[in-house]
Design a protein around this ligand. Structure first.
Ligand code: MRU
Length: 357
């Protein structure tokens, strides 16, 4: 029997073989293939090539990946172990710059590693602690997304039309997704939501991933090209927009997949509220505003040739291919986290959210 994508782990640890196991998202929706990774270069490539992608999933993959690598270091000397750990941590951190969850998860692994060293633990004990931290990060992701879903569901009503951009779905997290969490929870409650997925040029995460997972889940799904969102909003078919984020600055500016800020500007024009759904680990209070967020630029071929049978742009044409853009906080109606929904002014509500830390 064909397995539903929702029942397959996006990111997992194969305990027996000490391997990071991911769904290779570059093959979706045509082929569902799990790949098993144990080497630093393989894990780096998987993140860079978007075999595992979406900010929370990248963070979980990096945490499990760090454990997998550390479990293989052939030394009992703690200093030597930590040198190798630091080398691999920095290497994995260089795979993609925009999603803060990558460095957030790696820093968490580093902090527990350092605490073990301070405590004079053996290498074996450190590896065991790293294992537990990676598992905790993964479990927390499921819990955080579920709570994002509960908080997001309060913002919509049965029968609503929802528009989403890129894939902030189950495939971008361990389960539920962030932007899709209210949609999945709504489905559990019989909300009968109608979801519009932007196809999301140039890498088609909306078409290949979001439309796929929503449809497999039995949700009323309509795929549109990116340049059709104004039309569906003008027609009155969209009651709310849910998107994810890769990094949210302290003032509420949110970096997400390229094109998100266009959706936000159009949403303002048509009076549709735009909500950014993200775990608190995506909020980077050390980044003051969107101007300070590093935006990844990717290869020109993603725009000129990828997906086409033959190249669709003149040879030698200049190409600008930023993978993300920043939505100005003024265009965001709420930031939906596991801790609650932050409202403008974000410099105050986000500071309040992190006050106890
Ligand atoms: O380049 P990608 O596919 O990793 O970009 C993903 C996004 O922009 C998502 O919307 C974001 O990471 C949030 S995922 C819950």
């Amino acid at each position: 029997m064909k397995q539903n994508i929702m029942d397959i782990d996006t990111v997992a640890l194969d305990e027996e073989n000490k391997a990071l196991v991911i769904i290779d998202q570059t093959k979706l929706p045509g082929t569902v293939e799990l790949i098993s990774l144990t080497e630093a270069k393989e894990i780096w490539d998987a993140i860079y090539l978007l075999q595992v992608r979406g900010a929370p999933a990248i963070g979980v993959a990096a945490a499990i990946g760090m454990y997998v690598l550390a479990a293989r270091y052939d030394t009992t000397d703690v200093n030597e172990f930590y040198k190798m750990f630091k080398r691999d941590k920095e290497y994995l951190d260089s795979a993609r710059p925009t999603a803060v969850n990558l460095s957030w998860a790696l820093n968490r692994m580093d902090e527990v590693c350092q605490a073990c060293i301070d405590y004079k633990d053996s290498v074996e004990e450190i590896v065991s602690t790293l294992h537990n931290e990676a598992i905790t990060i993964r479990e927390e992701d499921v819990e955080m997304c579920r709570r994002i879903g509960e908080n997001g569901l309060e913002l919509i009503k049965p029968g609503d039309g929802i528009l989403t951009h890129c894939n902030a779905g189950k495939l971008a997290t361990v389960k539920y997704g962030t932007a899709t969490a209210p949609i999945y929870l709504g489905q559990e409650k019989g909300y009968n939501l109608k979801v519009f997925c932007d196809e999301t040029r140039p890498l088609l995460q909306g078409a290949r991933l979001t439309a796929f997972e929503l449809q497999e889940s039995g949700i009323d799904t309509t795929l549109i090209c990116d340049n059709m969102s104004a039309m569906v909003m003008k027609n009155g078919w969209v009651n709310a927009i849910f998107v994810g984020a890769d990094r949210i600055a302290a003032n509420g500016d949110a970096a997400n997949k390229i094109g998100t800020s266009v959706v936000a500007a159009v949403a303002k024009q048509y009076g549709v509220p735009m909500y950014v759904c993200a775990p608190s680990s995506t909020i980077d209070m050390s980044t003051a505003s969107g101007d300070d967020i590093v935006i990844e630029e990717r290869k020109a071929e993603e725009v000129t040739e990828m997906w086409y049978e033959k190249r669709m742009a003149p040879e030698g044409v200049k190409v600008f291919n930023p993978a993300f853009d920043v939505t100005d906080h003024e265009l965001i109606a709420g930031i939906v986290t596991e801790r609650g929904v932050a409202r403008p002014p974000y410099s105050e509500s986000l500071a309040q959210m992190f006050k106890a830390e």
